[in-house]
Design a protein around this ligand. Structure first.
Ligand code: PLP
Length: 422
């Protein structure tokens, strides 16, 4: 059995890290275990986690209820293919999700990651029109600042200019990228696009209330209401990507509830399993599903990831939903919102700070620029917290179970470290 030093030394030269220039990236921290809101390193140091593993671990790490559900499931059936076979964890989860999501979203297509959930939504939307004899409708309205994932289809509906995917300009399907309709002028600009291009468009895709990886930018619920009205008027499918915002992050179970509107297709992932296993769901309305319901085999949705509806992941998701049902998660988010607002307020007025904003359990300090991201990340670690700034933002998206004292440490360190910038 190799010692911890062995596994690190022997394996590190053979892994390729996410979003990293491998030549200059700092070597990753060796983690021994995770518990609650803590990451315990192999060298014994303990970090308070400010981002809940890319926004997934909403109940904190290693929650006993989810762990027990996964262990129980592993003992009977970790996985069985979903083609021609069904199992209780997946069907139970489908029923529960349909009961939770807004509107008449009714059919759950499982996959294993957020990007794939987006790919499936796009594919569903294009084929929805094709099955109805409108094969020209293949393009999507997308928004500046959007991020929908790293696979090619998802990259193509992300911001084509101001994003990490800009490098792929010209190599991806061409969609229509506009400003979010946040005011009369941008709403009118979008209306003109729909008037002009409507017959080539399949749908509109948006991250409700918060554009996450595109810069943690917030918009009002009115934007979503406008999009719903425009989608109805120009007969487009409206896709809400709630992969980041879903499951309480913005203060309601789903962000779109704050606008009182429902999409035709919703994409969920990240916190779906409470941060334990990889699972995603693309949920379609009855109207969307009905366009595939046919005697013609060519009208079927030809998609089926090998590990779709993985039983362990579905068991974890069911356990995560139990926790949402029985513990006061949304009240915890509300409390975190207040703590973030108070704790990050001192950042306002710091020389390099452009904006401080909070929505639900998301706290953002936007700087005019960050010259050395890697150095800033290391500085946070040296203060005993795990915070991972990107672009020009330092943000906190903690577990909803974080204690006030732990959050106060995070916000204090953010204010201190941001105060040292330039
Ligand atoms: C809104 C949104 N959509 C899609 C994705 C892609 O999800 P995944 O990384 O699981 O592929 C992300 C990931 O950050 C996201 O925030």
């Amino acid at each position: 059995m190799p010692t911890p030093a062995d596994w690190y030394e022997r394996g590190w030269p053979h892994v390729w890290l996410p979003y990293a220039q491998m030549k200059t990236a700092a070597p990753p921290l060796a983690v021994a275990r995770t518990e609650g809101c803590r990451i315990i390193l192999a060298d014994g140091r303990e970090l308070i986690d400010g981002i809940a593993s890319w926004w997934t671990a909403c109940h904190g790490y290693n929650h006993p209820h989810i762990r027990q559900a996964v262990v129980r499931q592993a003992e009977t059936m970790p996985h069985v293919m979903f083609g021609g076979l069904a199992h209780a964890p997946a069907l139970t989860l489908a029923r529960r999700l349909v009961d939770l999501v807004p509107g008449d979203l009714d059919r759950v297509f499982f996959s294993e990651s957020g990007s794939v959930a987006v790919e499936i939504a796009l594919k569903m939307a294009i084929q929805f029109w094709r099955n109805r004899g409108q094969g020209k409708r293949t393009r999507f309205v997308t928004f500046r600042g959007a991020y929908h994932g790293d696979t090619t289809g998802a990259m193509a509906v992300s911001d084509p200019v101001d994003s990490m995917h800009a490098l792929f300009a010209g190599a991806l399907p061409d969609h229509v990228s506009v400003e979010l309709p946040a005011d009369d002028a941008t709403a009118e600009a979008l209306r003109r696009v729909l008037e002009r291009d409507g017959e080539n468009l399949a749908g509109i895709i948006v991250e409700p209330l918060v554009q996450g990886a595109g810069g943690m930018r917030f918009h009002d619920a009115a934007v979503l209401a406008r999009l719903r009205a425009l989608a109805d008027r120009y007969e487009l499918l409206l896709i809400f990507d709630e992969i980041f915002t879903g499951f309480g992050r913005t203060g309601t179970m789903f962000a779109c509830e704050q606008a009182g509107v429902a999409p035709d297709i919703i994409c969920l992932s990240k916190a779906l399993t409470g941060g334990t296993l990889s699972l995603a769901a693309t949920i379609a309305s009855k109207r969307v599903f009905d366009a595939f319901w046919s005697d013609d085999p060519k009208h079927a949705l030809m998609h089926g990831p090998t590990y779709m509806a993985n039983a362990l992941a579905c068991a974890a998701a069911n356990a995560s939903l139990d926790l949402f049902a029985r513990e006061p998660r949304l009240a915890q988010v509300q409390a975190i919102s207040g703590w973030l607002a108070r704790g990050l307020a001192p950042c306002r007025g710091l020389p390099c700070v452009q904006d401080v904003r909070v929505k639900g359990a998301i706290g953002v300090v936007e700087l005019d620029r960050i010259d050395d991201l890697e150095a800033l990340r290391q500085r946070f670690i040296s203060e005993g917290v795990f915070v991972r700034p990107f672009g020009s933002v330092v943000y906190l998206t903690p577990a909803f179970t974080i204690e006030e004292g732990e959050l106060a440490t995070l916000t204090k360190v953010v204010a201190k470290v941001v105060g040292e910038v330039r």
